[in-house]
Design a protein around this ligand. Structure first.
Ligand code: AMP
Ligand code: GLY
Length: 415
């Protein structure tokens, strides 16, 4: 069959790589894709991600059977709805269901109503009330913008002064912005990808851990993700089971009970507190860079899993007997301002690298985004996988990139 991946980043590179590996799949197209993805897909770069009609026409003209939507933007803008209405199968939730990611307040309300463990919260929609709130709330406090923010709409204020500053920042553009104020949770974070079809939810039997902060030792600002690894040996299977029982199954049932028809991948960003796992965030799609390490480790057929999900049949995921570590190389300055157009080489046509932010300029690749390239390493344990990942980092030649040196160290410390 022919499948079409929507998106142009490292996650979509990994999805294309994995679908291209499937015996069920003959052709993988990517819209818009990128030149660097053409080792595993045919990129159609003259159609844009937000051109829903263009995507629909392409899918019809090329007899695409399944469309796999990578990023959140097209999901929250209703691309899945447009394609499904025309009879094309889509892996990814419709616009209404994608609110679980698109609106923090939607997600918090549904968790509150269905007793799904998460931080206590208050929703405030004007600056004056927000200032009054932070004058006597507990600190640290976490402020979250309501809409999509590419992992950058969250401020953790450790002191009251920081909380006041954070309110100034959140309401800088509009004094009537909707902001969720959350209690600060302590514990270790992990990411659980879950296949969801209505009330049928099947979590991945392997979790991953992201590294959200820009710099080593979890310092610096939040980013889209600076590296990931899997499995996470120090977070035990019983935590995965508890996350399934208390979060994955109840949220699928809650969404269905509320009339949302969820079909696709639900990302559970969880934190393991002293009271058990709690939800930090839901995403309506695979995590990036979690997808890259998980799909690299997955030994079974992703396309078969999507078909099994559609049929609500058992999903038997198999994993390589190996650990995978991925280190993100990002443009110097990211997540703040950064230069584009810096030359990068050393990764070409090699599935040890998934590319997020590069484009061709003549014969060279140059940077076109904040997160640029994920270097992967596979090994018999995390230590070996980490060493291989950093060996691959060394293969990248560029003056414009930086990366964290401590990806997967939490596993090594706790192992
Ligand atoms: P989010 O975009 O909601 O995933 O938040 C980004 C990051 O902020 C998370 O990965 C956490 O590291 C941190 N964070 C968000 N909410 C909380 C919370 N309630 N307590 C502690 N840390 C949080
Ligand atoms: N890596 C976190 C995310 O994809 O939102």
């Amino acid at each position: 069959m022919k499948v079409l991946v929507i998106g142009a980043g490292g996650r979509e590179h990994a999805l294309s790589y994995k679908l291209n590996d499937s015996e069920l799949v003959d052709t993988v197209y990517a819209i818009p894709g990128s030149e660097a993805m053409n080792n595993v897909a045919t990129s159609i770069s003259d159609i844009k991600e937000d051109d829903h009609e263009g995507i629909l026409n392409f899918a019809k003209d090329h007899e695409v059977e399944w469309v796999v939507i990578g990023p959140e933007q097209p999901l929250t803008e209703g691309l899945a709805d447009t394609l499904r209405e025309a009879g094309i199968k889509v892996f990814g939730p419709n616009k209404a269901a994608a609110q679980i990611e698109g609106s923090k307040s939607f997600a918090k309300r549904i968790m509150e109503k269905y007793d799904i463990p998460t931080a206590d919260y208050k929703e405030i929609d004007n600056k004056a009330d927000a200032m009054a709130y932070v004058r006597d709330c507990d600190v640290p406090v976490v402020l979250k913008k309501d809409g999509l923010a590419a992992g950058k709409g969250v401020i953790i204020a450790n002191t009251r002064d920081e909380a006041v500053e954070a309110v100034e920042a959140m309401y800088q553009e509009r004094e009537d912005s909707k902001v969720v104020f959350e209690a600060f949770l302590e514990g270790e974070e992990f990411s659980l990808m879950t296949f969801v079809n209505g009330d049928y939810a099947v979590p991945f039997s392997c979790i991953a851990q992201d590294h959200k902060r820009a710099f080593d030792n979890d310092e610096g600002p939040n980013t889209g993700g600076m590296g990931a690894y899997c499995p996470v040996p120090h977070i035990k299977d019983e935590v995965l089971r508890e996350t399934n029982d208390k979060i994955a199954q109840p949220i699928a049932k809650a969404m269905q009970a509320e009339g949302y028809d969820y079909f696709g991948l639900l990302y559970i960003g969880a934190i393991l507190t002293a009271e058990g796992p709690k939800v930090i965030e839901f995403n309506a799609r695979f995590g990036d860079p979690e997808a890259q390490v998980l799909l690299k480790r997955m030994d079974s057929d992703l396309m078969q899993h999507i078909l099994d999900l559609e049929a609500k049949a058992p999903i038997d995921m198999e994993w390589k007997d190996a650990s995978v570590v991925g280190v993100m190389l990002a443009s110097k300055g990211y997540p703040g301002a950064y230069e584009k157009g810096v030359k990068v080489s050393g990764f070409e046509d090699n599935s040890d690298f998934f590319v997020s932010g590069l484009k061709k300029d003549g014969d060279d690749y140059v940077t076109s985004g904040g997160r640029v390239i994920l270097a992967l390493g596979e090994g018999s344990d995390i230590k070996e996988a980490k060493a291989k990942a950093y060996d691959n980092v060394e293969k990248i030649k560029s003056d414009g990139l930086f990366y964290r040196k401590d990806i997967s160290d939490k596993a090594l410390r706790n192992g």
